[in-house]
Design a protein around this ligand. Sequence first.
Ligand SMILES: NC(=O)c1ccc[n+]([C@@H]2O[C@H](COP(=O)([O-])OP(=O)(O)OC[C@H]3O[C@@H](n4cnc5c(N)ncnc54)[C@H](O)[C@@H]3O)[C@@H](O)[C@H]2O)c1
Ligand SMILES: [Zn+2]
Length: 351
Amino acid sequence: MNRIRVNASVPYDVLIGRGILEQCGQLIIQNGKQYQKVCVITDDTVEKLYGETVMQSLQKANMTSVLYAIAHGEKSKCFSVLEGIYDFLTQNQITRTDLIIALGGGVVGDITGFAAATYLRGVDYIQIPTTLIAQTDSSVGGKTAVNTALGKNLVGAFYQPKMVLCDIATLESLDQTTFLEAMSEVVKYALLSGEDLFSLLEQGEVSSHLEEIVTKCIEIKAQIVCGDEFDRGKRMLLNLGHTIGHAIENASGYTVSHGAGVAMGMSVILRACVAHGLLSPADYDRFCKLLTTLSLPDHYDKASIKELVAISSADKKRTGSTLHVIVCLGIGKCEIREFTMDEFRTFLSQP
Ligand SMILES: NC(=O)c1ccc[n+]([C@@H]2O[C@H](COP(=O)([O-])OP(=O)(O)OC[C@H]3O[C@@H](n4cnc5c(N)ncnc54)[C@H](O)[C@@H]3O)[C@@H](O)[C@H]2O)c1
Ligand SMILES: [Zn+2]
């Protein structure tokens, strides 16, 4: 089992390994605080797969536990479902000395984290992420959120978990598409961090190196997040490929998934970096080959750069006239640059 310490304002450990679900009760006790009552929040799909294992482990560790399952999918990350969670916590008399567990993907993690941050002004919570996105990204860093009718993640809080338990074995039940598309975020971490992870991915045997890959991603995320817990600087690096990626998701009417959008978005940025002499063609070539190895897309041909920048621009009206763009100067060498929308459009238009 690997252990990574996240040195946020309230430090916590991330444990990564196989068979962690069966031991979660014991691991919670070993984390140092005794809880009498635990409320597990999950979704209906994950409940069927892993609900019983987690509940049994908690009972074995003498914790009284209750479970609440929301419907799976992004639509559940909303106020009405959040209210259902608050009601369940109240009906089951969860108090500030009890514990909430988020068991599931990023949707469950984000909404449960927000419920934990706000119910009774804050109750301890633990993340048990079961998707690749949740294990490598959303469970670490303390960003919690719900969507509103007008936008994603518009309401939320920074609220760090007391511990994160990543059971690699849970990734085996994910469908292949969900898994592969999440690999684009892993490629993002490789571009941000360097040779170590990049060359591991180039070997192409992702499933036999999953524990190592997830561990490396969490190390990188933890390092970036600890330097900028509240997202005012360095944490923006994690947005590599995301501005154009979001615009592609939007332009496709959300038929392109987030992961595929990020892969295409990174490709657009890296091509522009090569065109401006910032990135070597050899590094760009390695990036393209890696996307091919992982069956990830590198082109979106249904919208022009001009259209995509226009979508980003509309999106950015809320935050002012400039945009922070993450550029890539080499594998493991990315930096934040500030562009006006015009500069961004010019940057992306190949000379
Ligand atoms: N807080 C953050 O820093 C952060 C970072 C990245 C993404 N996110 C958020 O995460 C969400 C996306 O996360 P996601 O991709 O995990 O989505 P998700 O939670 O919707 O999970 C995807 C699907 O997989 C199912 N599932 C979960 N675990 C499974 C398993 N082990 N086996 C089989 N099926 C399983 C779920 O029921 C769901 O239908 C978005 O809402 C996004 O905004 C947050
Ligand atoms: Zn992302």
